[in-house]
Design a protein around this ligand. Structure first.
Ligand SMILES: Nc1ncnc2c1ncn2[C@@H]1O[C@H](COP(=O)(O)OP(=O)(O)OP(=O)(O)O)[C@@H](O)[C@H]1O
Ligand SMILES: [Mg+2]
Length: 213
């Protein structure tokens, strides 16, 4: 299976979501790999180096790919390939999405964040990606419940699917990332639980995966 992380804007939380998901599915026993499709920046690759240095488990495979096509070909060898895309992926993003079982579009609560993502999602739909495969996820979220509700209403009006759990922006997650951890591996049970809920909600959207009890 293939999951793509796509965004128009940079820094919305694609790579954070990629590592969270990779760690949680690896814990569930899946063979998983993150395809780092921003080789110049190499965020996921650098995180993997820190993770190896800290000898954290489970081990997560990460590799840089210069082309989307190569990453897609490699996906056959894994239970799940996570395509961690660059910002402004445009054509590459289209190919990623067309080949994915699930497309995740991280966004913040602001109109400035949501609008370009909605436009990007419409473009993917126009390119033949089924709308029921595209899910928005509030990432790096900081805001009140009222702001969360308003943002959900806005996305709902634009006919976008939104994952129920939000991925909060927290200092402990930032610190965890610096140590090669995913958000579900920080030393605070409440933060862990929030992160795991996000990963679980994503896994539940994959075809053939049963809803968690
Ligand atoms: N939930 C979070 N809590 C705290 N910090 C976070 C969280 N998610 C992401 N970050 C931090 O925010 C920054 C941007 O996140 P990330 O690299 O995941 O975004 P991105 O969409 O992959 O960016 P790019 O478009 O540059 O690839 C990073 O410094 C990351 O460590
Ligand atoms: Mg990234």
């Amino acid at each position: 299976m293939i999951i793509s992380l796509i965004s128009q804007k940079g820094g919305v939380g694609k790579s954070a979501l990629a590592r969270l998901l990779a760690v949680e599915v690896a814990r569930a026993g899946w063979a998983v790999k993150i395809a780092d499709l921003d080789p110049a920046q190499g965020t996921s690759t650098k995180w993997k180096a820190r993770r190896d240095q800290a000898e954290l488990h489970p081990e997560v495979a990460v590799e840089k790919y210069r082309t989307v096509d190569r990453a897609i070909k490699e996906a056959e060898r894994f239970d799940l390939m996570i395509l961690d895309g660059p910002a402004h992926a445009e054509q590459g993003g289209r190919v990623m999405a067309q080949n994915s079982d699930l497309v995740l579009m991280p966004t913040g609560y602001s109109l400035d964040d949501m609008e370009p993502q909605i436009e990007a999602a419409y473009e993917l739909e126009d390119a033949g990606v089924p709308s029921d495969r595209i899910f928005f996820c509030f990432c790096r979220a900081k805001g009140s419940d009222a702001e969360d509700r308003a943002a959900r209403t806005y996305l709902g009006k634009a006919r976008m699917n939104v994952l129920e759990p939000t991925f909060p922006e927290l200092a402990s997650i930032r610190q965890g990332h610096a140590e090669g951890r995913a958000a579900s591996e920080v030393p605070f049970p409440k933060v862990q639980a929030k992160a795991i809920a996000v990963a679980q909600a994503i896994m539940n959207r994959l075809p053939g995966v049963k809803e968690a009890a």
